[in-house]
Design a protein around this ligand. Structure first.
Ligand SMILES: [Zn+2]
Ligand SMILES: [Zn+2]
Length: 384
């Protein structure tokens, strides 16, 4: 029996090695833009935009820095040592995990951080989840384990997914949300519906960059925007699905959600279309080693520069401290962000949250007006 198991293990290792060699050898493709695509049913908001670029094999391509991720680079990183290994091991600082119940069960508009890239946003009365990953996802190492908030959530209207990576798009979480909230609508980048339709029956809409989703009412507006990243869930589906960031608008607030991104001109491009961003939700972690991460993940310094480019009011940092995805120690991203913000005289702009901490919007006149209208509507239609 033991010999049999060893033989199986050897065959498995051989097959895996052969597949890896085949992938590495076939990875000489250059990212060349061949044509442009969009969702023809949605509005494109940038007048001179020809559509989201794809290459000859139909893979999506970044418009500013064309890029195809290489398995050989991933292997080279994994086989090289981490120069901060000891520092990372001894870094005992962890994010605090608060109780989200009060905000989740209230009717107050605001933003609650679920850890990593996950947020629960209530805007103009709509409950919106961004990149939710509840509990402990498979194959992802964690610095802190966050209990699932699902049973405390009373309603979900929209779920926004930035891209298909497992720290942003978790099959089990998506299924749990769809099961509890069959009316929840899912929004994502082009071809993400092909993944989601195998998981859930909920209504799903996909957009190309610079497109506006069609929502059932006017309470909020949601737009899909380019960021510098990539997609893959398996070994052979590189860039088959589209990645992106979001603008969410309502009740006088404009929120930007970056998903995952390296630095580029897209922040200025976004600001040209949305010049009054209030909350700028941006990743600051998983940025080392820079040679490997730089095309895909901002460093904290990049994030501050992106915030300046976007001319936004407040920066809400994310994508650090929950999942262990890179070489830097867990407390380094936030420290570096705060140092950089201090150097640039921007410390009062940083709204760093603990996990499950919420941030209630400053009440503007427009906000007050829409809040009042909502209360009126509730009064007349109390069951709505
Ligand atoms: Zn990613
Ligand atoms: Zn990520």
């Amino acid at each position: 029996m033991r010999k049999f198991l060893i033989a199986i293990a050897v065959v498995f290792a051989f097959v895996l090695l052969t597949v890896l060699i085949a992938i590495v050898v076939s990875e000489n493709d250059k990212a060349v833009i061949e044509k442009r695509v969009r969702n023809e049913n949605l509005l494109t908001i940038k007048s001179d935009w020809k559509g989201t670029p794809v290459d000859a094999k139909g893979r999506f391509i970044n418009h500013e820095f064309p890029f195809l991720p290489k398995v050989k680079d991933l292997l080279a990183w994994q086989l090289s040592g981490n120069p901060q290994k000891e520092e990372k091991q001894t870094d005992a600082e962890r994010l605090k995990i608060l109780d989200p119940t009060e905000f989740l069960q209230s009717e107050t508009d605001g933003i609650l951080w679920l850890g990593h890239a996950g947020f629960f946003i209530r805007l103009n009365g709509k409950n919106i989840l961004l990149d939710p990953v509840f509990g402990k996802p498979p194959l992802v190492r964690t610095f802190v384990d966050v209990p699932s908030p699902l049973e405390k959530i009373k309603r979900v209207d929209y779920v926004l997914l930035s891209h298909d990576h497992r720290d942003h798009c978790d099959e089990e979480t998506v299924k749990q949300i769809a099961n509890k909230f069959p009316q929840a609508k899912f929004y994502a980048g082009l071809r993400m519906d092909e993944l989601l339709k195998d998981w859930i029956p909920n209504e799903t809409q996909t957009a190309g960059w610079f497109q506006q989703f069609k929502l059932p009412d006017e309470n909020v507006k949601i737009y899909f925007l380019p960021v510098r990243h990539w997609c893959r869930r398996g070994l052979f589906d590189t860039n088959e699905r589209l990645w992106g960031g979001y603008i969410i608008q309502g009740a006088g607030e404009t929120i930007y959600f970056s998903g995952d991104s390296g630095y580029g001109s897209h922040y200025k491009e976004t600001a040209a279309l949305f010049p009054e961003i209030d909350y700028f939700l941006i990743g600051i972690g998983a940025y080392k080693p820079r040679w490997f991460m730089e095309p895909n993940h901002n460093s904290p310094e990049d994030a501050v520069q992106a915030f300046v480019d976007a001319r936004a009011k407040f920066l809400v940092p994310m994508h650090f401290g929950r999942f262990d995805l890179s070489d830097e120690p867990p407390s380094e991203p936030l420290k570096t962000l705060n140092e950089r913000a201090w150097e640039m005289n921007l410390s009062d702009k940083i709204k760093a949250l603990n996990i499950n901490e919420s941030l209630v919007f400053e009440i503007t006149d427009e906000h007050r007006q829409t809040q009042m209208e909502r209360k009126m509507i509730r009064k007349f239609y109390p069951k709505d």
